[in-house]
Design a protein around this ligand. Structure first.
Ligand code: ATP
Ligand code: MG
Length: 195
């Protein structure tokens, strides 16, 4: 599913509003150290709903709000929107079960008067719960803690993990882990090796 663009407002180092477009094919984001390359990836994970802010290198969601940098004013609100193309695939079915050509997912955080962070979620213009957003995204195969995003060090970790763990990763990607708890018996096929 093609991610068309990310619209970011006051997320981490991005003070103000900025749109990061992703054309067809391969997009690389380049820039000096600390310029926000990894923060762009964090923005995607933030919307996909990773379970831990540590993954986005922040202690809590309030730390994800633009803090003013060296000279600016700290913001009290931030939001990230992911806009996906939802054109019908072969067979006419759309990946997201929403009858629109483009679908946007927004996750926002604002600070209330007591400086407590309040989260909100939107699909298009419609306010939804975190659970509904997570469910809609995962129906299309998008998960914050899944392998949609390969982070720095992930490849090394996967190369070094035990065979059993790596199998878990592959099963996760193949989306068969959901069947693990079902009481069906599985036949495991062992292919001969050349060794
Ligand atoms: P590198 O090449 O070193 O990996 P990078 O381009 O990936 O750099 P990022 O990790 O995306 O850089 O950005 C790091 C910068 O983001 C740091 O300068 C940090 O101070 C800034 N930053 C993180 N959180 C916030 C925040 N809440 N408000 C303002 N700036 C922030
Ligand atoms: Mg980085």
């Amino acid at each position: 599913m093609h991610l068309l663009r990310i619209e970011v407002e006051n997320f981490k180092s991005f003070g103000g509003e900025i749109t990061i477009p992703f054309d067809e094919g391969f997009t690389a984001i380049t820039g000096p150290n600390g310029s926000g390359k990894s923060n762009s990836g964090d923005a995607i994970q933030f919307v996909l709903g990773t379970r831990s802010t540590k993954v986005m290198r922040a202690d809590n969601v309030a730390d994800l709000i633009f803090n003013g940098g060296k000279r600016g004013k700290p913001a009290r609100h931030m939001s990230v929107t992911l806009v996906f193309a939802n054109t019908p695939e072969l067979g006419g079915r759309r990946r997201l079960r929403i009858d629109e050509e483009e679908v946007s997912f927004t996750r926002a955080v604002r600070l209330n008067r007591k400086n407590q962070p309040i989260s909100s979620y939107r699909i298009g213009e419609r306010n939804v719960t975190a659970t509904e957003m997570r469910r809609t995204l995962s129906e299309a195969g998008l998960q914050g803690d899944g392998y949609n995003i390969v982070l720095q060090g992930d490849v090394t970790t996967q190369a070094k993990m035990t065979d059993w763990k790596r199998r878990g990763v592959l099963e996760d990607v193949a989306r068969v882990t959901a069947y693990d708890s079902e009481t069906v018996s599985y036949t495991h096929l062992t292919l001969p090796t050349n060794r």
